[in-house]
Design a protein around this ligand. Structure first.
Ligand code: URA
Length: 206
């Protein structure tokens, strides 16, 4: 399927950037037919949280629960993520916005294809342009590779900070990876504390 438009060829999914407002961007995204995932999705998972937040969290792609509800991180990994955020004073209804690199569920939770990622990235660019976050936290390798750099290695580079156009980026292990392998949690705790420190430096995040 890679590189083909499949059953969703053409159509309404014009992905544009900062010229749209949030509602316009979201409804255009909800109608997206830019890649074959539109044929198998139940819902587009655009994002959730505070659109005016200074902190953006970016995961990989929706899973089955997210696809069913149209919301990011609502399964087990999502409640674990909420717990982690709470320990550092963050919350999706309080001071962060959460979205994914890919807005539609890849069947069977497979890794997104490069062509799907390329087709979908303009939506994230649009969100980024509207939000202009001070700090972006990539959740896992796929998000970090897309936003920080292709050679990003999550075991080697988690917790490091990268500056791009006046905005700071970092990555932590994906919450699902932390559920699967609790040995990674102490490192993530250190990363979270460092994120908290940076958040404090930004000040006034609500
Ligand atoms: N994993 C992700 O990367 N994103 C979600 O929304 C849910 C699980």
């Amino acid at each position: 399927m890679e590189g083909r438009e499949g059953t969703c060829a053409g159509g309404a999914g014009r992905a544009s950037g900062a010229t749209q407002d949030w509602d316009g961007l979201e409804s255009a995204c909800n109608a997206c037919t830019r890649c074959p995932l539109c044929a198998t999705r139940s819902n587009v998972v655009f994002g959730a949280g505070r659109r005016d937040a200074k902190i953006l969290l970016v995961g990989e792609a929706p899973g089955a629960n997210e696809d069913a509800q149209g919301l990011p991180f609502v399964g087990k990994a999502g409640s674990f993520l909420d717990d982690m955020l709470k320990t550092i004073g963050l919350g999706r209804d309080k001071n962060v916005y959460i979205t994914n690199i890919i807005k539609c569920r890849p069947p069977g939770n497979r890794d997104p294809l490069p062509s799907e990622r390329e087709a979908c990235l303009p939506w994230l660019r649009g969100q980024f342009a509207l939000m202009r976050p001070k700090l972006t936290v990539c959740l896992g390798r796929i998000s970090a590779a897309a936003l920080i750099g292709e050679d990003f290695k999550i075991t080697r580079d988690h917790g490091k900070w990268f500056e791009k156009n006046g905005s700071l980026f970092t990555a932590i292990f994906h919450p699902s990876a932390l559920l699967r392998d609790p040995r990674r949690r102490p490192d993530t705790f250190v990363d979270l504390k460092d994120i908290q420190k940076r958040v404090t430096e930004i000040g006034n995040i609500e």
